[in-house]
Write a protein that binds this ligand. Structure first.
Ligand code: GMT
Length: 376
């Protein structure tokens, strides 16, 4: 099958899932056409079945705001005609789904089915804004198929937009060969002294990630167990996080590493992952951590309870319950046998429940279904 994949090329769960899906589909023999304003950051390899179409936005003095949505629609239409695409799969509703629906009108010589995957903030944050509400709803209603990355996101979308159509849940996945604990000589010593535990947080440092709670939990843990905190990512909350760390006198115990291309090595030297988000439709980072044998302490927000098994692969606590999260962190970090048990459970759960082949197959079946429906 010839599949067009539209996604954000930057660091972030939706782009990662879209790129990994495209790579896996190409490996299975499908022809994949990525369409975005930049090469997706995980698309670092060459593959004969993978193509990349760059969206260029005209820089004209009259345009205070470059018309990206229209440029993207034109590019999707152009790629669809040029490569004779069978289906367009957009990741993140805004503005991708709207552009794809426009492109569908441009391609007049064939029916171009559009599959939209909702990732979370496109619904819970951006789509929620009054100015985007109706257009997001329209793009969900008009797509040929819609998927959500968790039951929680499906239900929230249905309730919020009063959607009557079917939204299929297809969970995110990881490549088990890539996400596995690796030995990295000297790395643990680079960030910690003997006997210290390493906690890790990875995100885009946006308000929904509650960095204040991440640092708060760490401060409590560090009072009981000598520990370090690795902070991976960057974003609007970075400055406030630096200040909080300074105010708590923890500068030498918290390592801010900025955005990182790869996190497997860092996860491999970590003992616990913290994800106390206010909203999280899935929590890909939690899955990546578990696959590397790192138990996760998270909030019960959104889809996190569908990813983490409370008391088995980590702990789930209410949003903002900093002290309780710290208590559970200390509980798992202070018992070698408990940590080992949770680490093994986490690794197994990540591989069995979010099995890559099974999830890729679910997307393939969905493409086959919309293409068959589109046939005259
Ligand atoms: O977490 C973010 O803010 C980034 C966002 C994205 O679009 O990349 O992540 C969303 O999609 C990920 C992949 O499906 C999910 O794992 C994240 O939970 C989801 N983020 C939120 O819902 C806040």
């Amino acid at each position: 099958m010839r599949i067009g994949i539209v996604c954000y090329p930057t660091y972030g769960g939706s782009g990662v899932v879209a790129t990994e899906l495209g790579k896996a589909l190409a490996q299975k023999g499908h022809e994949i056409h990525f369409i975005s304003y930049d090469r997706p950051f995980r698309l670092e390899m060459f593959h004969q079945n993978i193509f990349y179409h760059e969206v260029e936005v005209l820089d004209y003095p009259l345009f205070k705001f470059p018309p990206y949505m229209i440029a993207l629609a034109s590019k999707i239409g152009e790629a669809a005609r040029w490569a004779d695409l069978d289906v367009i799969h957009v990741h993140y509703a805004i503005p991708h789904a709207v552009s794809a629906l426009l492109a569908k009108k441009l391609v007049t010589d064939k029916y171009l089915p559009v599959v939209t995957t909702l990732h979370g903030t496109d619904i819970t944050v951006v789509g929620h804004e009054p100015q985007f509400f109706e257009i997001t709803r329209m793009s969900i209603e008009e797509s040929d198929a819609v998927t959500a990355v968790s039951c929680s996101l499906r239900d929230e979308t249905t309730d919020l937009f009063k959607i009557s159509r079917d939204i299929k849940v297809i969970y995110n996945f990881i490549d088990p060969e890539e996400y596995t604990r690796v030995a990295v000589p000297g790395l643990k010593q680079r960030y910690s002294a003997a006997g210290e535990k390493i906690l890790i947080h990875i995100s885009n440092f946006r308000p929904v990630k509650r960095l204040k709670d991440v640092i708060g939990v760490f401060a409590h843990v560090n009072r009981k167990i000598p520990a370090r905190l690795i902070m991976v990512g960057d974003g609007p909350e970075a400055q406030a996080a630096h200040k909080q760390v300074e105010a708590l006198g923890l500068t030498d115990r918290v390592h801010f590493l900025g955005k990182q291309e790869r996190v497997v090595e860092l996860l491999s030297v970590s003992d616990l992952c913290l994800l106390p988000s206010e909203k999280e439709s899935f929590g890909l980072v939690a899955l990546e951590a578990m696959a590397c044998g790192v138990p996760v302490i998270a909030s019960t927000a959104g889809g996190l309870p569908e990813v983490i098994r409370d008391g088995v692969t980590g702990f789930l606590l209410p949003v903002g319950a900093v002290e309780l999260m710290a208590l559970k962190a200390v509980e798992v970090l202070s018992s070698v046998s408990r940590w080992n048990e949770m680490s093994v459970n986490a690794r197994t759960h990540a591989r069995e429940t979010f099995q890559m082949e099974m999830i890729i197959r679910q997307y393939e079946e969905l493409y086959e279904e919309v293409v068959a429906r589109a046939k005259p």
